[in-house]
Design a protein around this ligand. Sequence first.
Ligand code: SF4
Ligand code: SF4
Length: 402
Amino acid sequence: MGIKCNNFRTWRWVVELLQALIILGLPFVRIHGESAFRFDIPSLRLHVFGHGIWMQELFIVLVATLFLALLFILITLVFGRIWCGWLCPQTVLVDFTSVVDRAKITGSLRNLLVFLLTFLLSVIVAASLIWYFVSPYEFIHDLMAGTLGTATWGFWIAFAVILFLNFTFLRHTWCKTVCPYSMLQGVLFDKNTLIIELDPARSSECINCSRCLKVCPTEIDIRKGFGSACINCAECIDACSTVMARFNKKGLIRYAFGTANEGRVARQSFFIIGAFTVLLLVSLIYLMMARTGVEVALLPHTMEARQTKDKLIINAYVVSVINMLDAPIDLNVTVDAGGTSLVQSLMEPVHVGPGDKNKFPLFVKIQKTPGMKTMKLRVKLIDQRKKIHINKEANFVIPNEL
Ligand code: SF4
Ligand code: SF4
């Protein structure tokens, strides 16, 4: 029975096509009438799978960013630069532009096809970057109607030119020189991290055909050992296994956890970073679940605390409500003074439209009693239909002269 060749290339095509589909398609997916993932510049609002995150809630984005950063560190610690070889848009798009060479087309037809493909990809990818800020439906409608704004055209052309130059000249040189992640990964690697290696126990079987070097996008000679510019793309594994299959042998190059595959995934650094990553994930889930989408503040009123003619003490507040939801809210406002009889002015539900910020005056009167001191009020704001329950505390001030 013949030896089966490794075929990581096919799997990488599948992963790369899926990734391209997700990145290009995500802004087109609509949840509650909005893109599944998009930062809307006019309203300064981040749309994330049906949730609209406002600038006031940027701490949620901060926690999400920290979580993703730690997850990235954890993945790099265990799997090295697997991201670079399998998922990084730079690798994926450079691979797409190299299909003409893979099809072994040569001559001037090759140059023309490479130019057209690179141009088309640059234009589409540049547009998809804009779709994460401007709705793609609006973008396409305006483009067809000839009303696409000058700024949008400007960004589109600038992105397309940068991408075209990148795909034409920089390509994988980016991965081994300027990429900030490639510089970071040197710090994250340890002796247990997944690498690509020539099996040390079988190195004597190498026939020095140099196929592994020829196919390497970052020009690493894996026979001389692991190179820090290696992007874990597995092209050399496929090449060597094809060569060795002719001799009815398995390929000499492989993925290995640490040199000679002697590393282990479960180690102290893995558990420490893993624990922090899980902690941030739990915090993020909690923040999203506890999010009411309504922000309320009790602000001081210009009217000072005073006594009325009928011996009531009156305090005034300004209720500021920001509705960050996609639907209007009607908040019932009730004031609790701990058993003391009081009169409040806001008896009708407070109505705030989606995305609106409104302020309402609230007057509270309490019957004066001997020895009365400043007390705490509990202000409750409830929208039963939207299941919004917000509690705020306010100081009820007794004027000095009383
Ligand atoms: S050494 Fe192999 S896995 Fe690493 S970049 Fe080169 S071809 Fe890809
Ligand atoms: S492809 Fe395999 S056999 Fe050929 S030089 Fe590289 S390691 Fe040796």
